[in-house]
Design a protein around this ligand. Structure first.
Ligand SMILES: Cc1cc2nc3c(=O)[nH]c(=O)nc-3n(C[C@H](O)[C@H](O)[C@H](O)COP(=O)(O)O)c2cc1C
Length: 331
């Protein structure tokens, strides 16, 4: 049984990647995930705000009270200060993980604006990451902000990061664009090698005791897989780019569905947080059993077999299925 698959131009021994979560922020957990068979990991994100905080602190050190050049030199932060910053820790983590495990390591940058933080892409490459995932999450609240302008901001951030690294680069997309397929193509044209379909937004709630808003990272279930499958199927047949199915991949059947819809790999966070770092072993066993039963020989053979590849008018097909599903409901 050949479980190998290529994503971002990198060979993975199977389609199971541990997505960004607190698990991938711990070397011990990463080692456990590798032992259980995952083919790669996406590190937890380094946020623009964490990097900028550091940069601003350094600026503050540099320019505070600096009337003359000679004087300003005495304010230069000592190396201890730089080494203790969050972003420097992130680079050290990459080096430590790379020297401790044998699977590909995808680092993750998370930001929304153009600025000095994008230079971290270069540092991440120098630290030894195999690839970089860029998460651009921006919730617009200004009704006067034009959608085209907002989309251009996404493309600019990607282009700026691209300019700072030659690493394979993926964009973790959200499903909220008017036309995600067009954005996918624009990301590709701006230098992305792959797309992660999709990020899962933090859950919004209201605390009725404290009378305050609540935002928390919520765990998903297989019920959240639908949009992932829909858009992997649409993008697989429309945009020539690597695809990682993320959000709602919880069990071996979800992995199979994601691959059939056109994903090259799957990323899992919630199911690993719920079922533990040993769970990939079970997933791989069930994956192989199903493939043997259905006489599939490889992941490649299965990839995109149920996408929209063979459909001439994809939009009409989607619309027809939508109508059929609503009209066929029986009570
Ligand atoms: C507790 C927690 C922390 C997360 N941290 C990150 C992160 O640092 N960067 C990121 O891009 N996604 C992060 N995510 C999102 C996951 O990587 C993933 O996209 C999302 O949970 C959907 O996948 P799932 O259905 O497998 O959980 C986090 C998710 C959870 C639950």
């Amino acid at each position: 049984m050949n479980l190998t698959t290529k994503y971002l131009g990198i060979d993975f021994k199977n389609p199971l990647i541990a997505g960004a979560s607190p698990l991938t922020g711990s070397l011990d957990k990463i080692k456990e995930l590798e032992d259980a068979g995952v083919a790669g990991i996406v590190m937890h994100s380094l946020f623009e705000e964490q990097i900028n905080h550091d940069l601003h602190s350094i600026d503050h050190f540099l320019f505070q009270g600096s009337d003359s050049f000679a004087e300003s030199l005495s304010y230069f932060p000592d190396s201890d200060y730089i080494e203790s910053s969050e972003s420097e820790h992130y680079l050290e983590d990459i080096m430590e993980i790379k020297s401790s495990v044998g699977i590909p390591i995808i680092a993750s940058l998370n930001g929304v604006s153009s600025g000095g933080w994008v230079k971290y892409a270069k540092k991440i490459q120098e630290a030894g990451a195999d690839a970089l995932e860029l998460n651009i999450t921006y919730i617009p609240t200004n009704p006067l902000l034009d959608a085209r302008e907002l989309e251009a901001m996404y493309i600019k951030v990607l282009a700026d990061v691209r300019a700072n690294t030659t690493l394979p680069l993926s964009v973790k997309m959200n499903p909220y664009f008017s036309n995600p397929a067009q954005m996918a193509k624009r990301f590709k044209d701006a230098g992305a090698n792959g797309l992660v379909i999709f990020d899962n937004p933090v859950q919004v709630d209201i605390d009725l005791e404290e009378l305050s808003p609540l935002q928390r990272a919520n765990l998903t279930s297989s019920a959240n897989l639908s949009e992932t499958l829909r858009w992997c199927a649409i993008l697989h047949s429309n945009v020539a780019i690597s695809l990682a199915a993320s959000t709602g991949v919880h069990n071996a059947k979800d992995v199979l569905k994601a691959i059939m819809s056109g994903a090259d790999v799957t990323q899992m966070a919630s199911t690993l947080l719920q079922n533990g770092t040993g769970y990939p072993k079970t997933l791989l066993k069930e994956l192989v059993e199903w493939m043997q039963e259905k006489e599939y020989l490889s992941i490649e053979q299965m990839k995109g077999s149920i996408s929209l590849n063979h459909c001439d008018n994809k939009a009409a097909y989607e619309r027809a299925n939508y109508m059929r599903a609503l009209l066929s409901y029986r009570f």
